[in-house]
Design a protein around this ligand. Sequence first.
Ligand code: COA
Length: 150
Amino acid sequence: MDSTPDGTTGLPPIEGASHADREAIVRLWERAGLVASYNDPGDDFDFAVAKSNSDVLVVREHGAIIASVLVGHDGHRGWLWYVSVDPDHQKRGLGVAVVTAAESWLARRGVRKVMLLVRETNTAVVKFYDRLAYETVPRTVMQKWLVPPN
Ligand SMILES: CC(C)(COP(=O)(O)OP(=O)(O)OC[C@H]1O[C@@H](n2cnc3c(N)ncnc32)[C@H](O)[C@@H]1OP(=O)(O)O)[C@@H](O)C(=O)NCCC(=O)NCCS
């Protein structure tokens, strides 16, 4: 990531989303290819911003939301979801910036480890996380819907 002479990154600031950002964030997640048929992104946004152990962090530029991450912890580990940069703004360091901001958000809350899932169809992105010192670990992920998706 480039630094400016005053030691800052030169990137726009990262801040918590507000309810008014819901539609713009859902659009961003769609544009980044992260919306799956079994998840309602608007519901995911509402749930995350309503809880004290999660948040949606965003980067704004000229009034538009161009990057985001949904961050939270489950009482044990931290998790990142919807790491996304608008396709028109990728490769500017914004992906690294939102992941780093989410890690700081978790560290401030005493969380010691951060986890994330990469879809089998998106393994190219593993290189992006490699650069941020994430490791691939041999685990089997299991799940069960408590409220089945519509
Ligand atoms: C993955 C993503 C967040 C990266 O955002 P970005 O702003 O383009 O990333 P950065 O500019 O911070 O890139 C940091 C480094 O990772 C590399 N990189 C970025 N995206 C990459 C990808 N998909 N695959 C491999 N390397 C990637 C960059 O080339 C850069 O390396 P460099 O410093 O040597 O140039 C963005 O491409 C995106 O939103 N993708 C679609 C959604 C997605 O797949 N999210 C992850 C879900 S697990």
